[in-house]
Ligand binder design. Structure first.
Ligand SMILES: *Cc1c(COP(=O)(O)O)cnc(C)c1O
Length: 373
């Protein structure tokens, strides 16, 4: 019919005229290219499959698929890579609920996790045990944006038969493709940049045919967290502008980070795009850009000061998540394992507003005086 945009296959099931067709579709439903029709939308659906193909192409993997959230993609991937009595090594500064899943939930199944700082591959492999089956990376990691050497970790892990997983939400496939460095499973909160419009919660998992086949037959079939057709279609819409949006988030994030660094109130800015970022060489090797997330620490660690600053912001609104059109901020107490003490940080997300409006917003918020007690 010449529609430039593919339709939404808003259907839960698919109909067959013959016994043979039915069984062919059933038997091939886990395959990358199922023969004939799709079978059941928990497993495959044309709209869902189309987004998966696009993510796989961008991530340079054989296959990819969308899940109902970043966490459902992450939990499915972790469960696919371990078993009772198993052990995982994970980066300490990973996304909070990922950390909680590994520390509070997986021990129910007899799976333990050791957390590492992650900037030295030797430290990661020192934490490996005979029963270690997975290394979970997040590069750059949440809040403090630490990198891990993807190639060094993936190479050594492969030798030892350990699977590597990377949460690639910060970069999106536009700025980093971990599979090129040998990483086995690439994960995304598609609620962030892949969606980009703050209207869908979704996740993505990109990997080889072999690993995806295993995940299809187990976690997809049994946990059933496949993204429904309509949100899949919304992600498809979003991905058309992903590269352009990422360029803008990168440019704005970089300008806001530099502006913040020059403020007398600011002690420290966390931003992997700085020329003097401690892991600059690794940044240049594995990333082609920094994105719209920045954190900073105020010199004044008083909670009241932080409260008045974050409430005074007009464009950076208080709210979780990120990756959409609108700027956001979160005040948070943070304590990575290698810091002597907990610090108050502010995480900013730079959306698609004009950079001058964003720095003007920060400027007026800094001008708001200390609250009276
Ligand atoms: C938000 C986020 C997730 C979780 O994704 P949801 O879609 O919210 O489940 C995972 N990793 C990172 C780095 C995130 O920021």
């Amino acid at each position: 019919m010449g529609a430039v945009v593919p339709p939404i296959f808003q259907t839960s099931l698919f109909l067959f005229d013959t016994w043979d067709e039915f069984y062919k579709a059933k038997e091939t439903q886990y395959d990358a290219s199922p023969e004939g029709k799709c079978f059941y939308s928990r497993i495959n659906n044309p709209t869902l499959d189309l987004v998966g193909e696009k993510v796989a192409a961008l991530e340079h993997t054989e296959r990819a698929r969308l899940f109902t959230s970043g966490m459902s993609a992450i939990s499915a991937a972790v469960m696919a890579c371990t078993k009772t009595g198993g052990h995982i090594v994970c980066v300490d500064t990973c996304y909070g609920p990922t950390r909680d899943f590994l520390t509070d939930y997986m021990p129910r199944f007899g799976v333990e996790t050791t957390f590492v700082v992650g900037d030295d591959p030797q430290e990661i492999f020192d934490a490996v045990r005979p029963e270690t089956s997975a290394i979970f990376l997040e590069s750059p990691s949440s809040i403090v944006f630490r990198l891990q050497d993807l190639e060094a970790v993936a190479k050594e892990a492969k030798k030892r038969g350990i699977r590597t997983l990377v949460d690639n939400s910060y970069c999106s496939p536009i700025f980093q493709t971990p599979a090129d460095f040998g990483v086995d499973i690439v994960l995304h909160s598609a609620s962030k940049y892949l969606c980009g419009h703050s209207d869908v919660v979704a996740g993505a998992l990109a990997t080889s045919n072999e690993i995806m086949r295993e995940i299809m037959e187990n976690e997809v079939q049994f946990l059933g967290a496949s993204l429904p057709p309509f949100p899949s279609w919304l992600i498809l819409r979003s991905m058309r502008t992903l590269a352009i949006r990422m360029r803008q988030h990168s440019e704005t994030g970089d300008a806001v980070a530099r502006w913040l660094r020059d403020r007398p109130e600011v002690e420290r800015v966390f931003h992997p795009g700085f020329e003097d970022f401690p892991q600059r060489e690794l940044f240049l090797k594995q990333m082609s850009g920094s994105s719209g997330l920045i954190s900073f620490q105020l010199k004044d660690q008083d909670e009241g000061r932080l409260r008045s600053l974050t409430e005074a912001l007009r464009l950076f609104r208080l709210g979780v998540s990120w990756g959409g059109h609108e700027s956001l901020c979160i005040p948070l107490e943070y304590h990575p394992m290698d810091w002597p003490e907990q610090k108050w940080l502010v995480r900013l997300y730079c959306g698609l507003e004009h950079v001058d409006d964003l720095t003007a917003d920060l400027d007026q918020a800094f001008a708001v005086g200390r609250p009276r007690f």
